[in-house]
Design a protein around this ligand. Structure first.
Ligand code: BTN
Length: 172
């Protein structure tokens, strides 16, 4: 008798847990910051899971002034998966010859806090295939959500004031 009651209780508890886990949906759109203090803003995720946004890195391997850079990616459908995987590419061409791809998963804890656990590969341009051995860096980043006031505003406020390029003198 006790065995049956105990089993039913465990079954009921696991059903409740499964239910609440699938309700904690992780939506990538919004403002995020990682442990390096880089900022990333993801615009609306469309019906196909595709998204675009902007990235303001806090660090660079170059000596150039950091500029906001466009990103594009895709995530799994949140209707089917509460903690979806995703991937995106950042094109740094506004100040660097490199490209970074990120892959990751969005996790939501039992207090509703969202965390993006990611891994990235950065490819820098090298002069020839023989220099390929030094062209790639790899690492991880963890992003947490920041409150967003107005689209584009925070990244704009945090962007360093890069000087305008000095015009090339024209021959007189
Ligand atoms: C470059 O230095 O060539 C471009 C900027 C690269 C920034 C990298 S991407 C991975 C890591 N995570 C960040 O937030 N910034 C660095």
């Amino acid at each position: 008798m006790m065995g049956k009651i105990g089993f039913s209780l465990i079954l009921a508890l696991s059903l409740v847990t499964v239910g609440t886990t699938s309700e904690r949906k992780c939506d990538l759109s919004g403002l995020w910051r990682n442990e390096l203090r880089s900022l990333m803003e993801i615009h609306e995720v469309n019906h196909a899971g595709e998204f675009s946004g902007e990235y303001l890195t806090a660090v660079t391997a170059t000596s150039n002034c950091i500029r906001r850079s466009p990103l594009k990616g895709a995530q799994h459908d949140t209707k089917r998966r509460g903690q979806p995987t995703f991937g995106f590419t950042v094109n740094w061409e506004k100040f660097s010859n490199s490209t970074t791809v990120f892959v990751g998963q969005c996790f939501v804890d039992d207090k509703g806090k969202e965390t993006l656990k990611t891994m990235w590969l950065l490819r820098e341009e090298v002069g020839s295939p023989g220099d390929g051995w030094r062209a790639t860096r790899v690492g991880t980043n963890v992003f947490t959500r920041k409150r967003n006031v107005e689209r584009g505003k925070i990244l704009q406020q945090h962007s360093p004031p890069c000087e305008a390029p000095t015009p090339t003198p024209t021959a007189q």
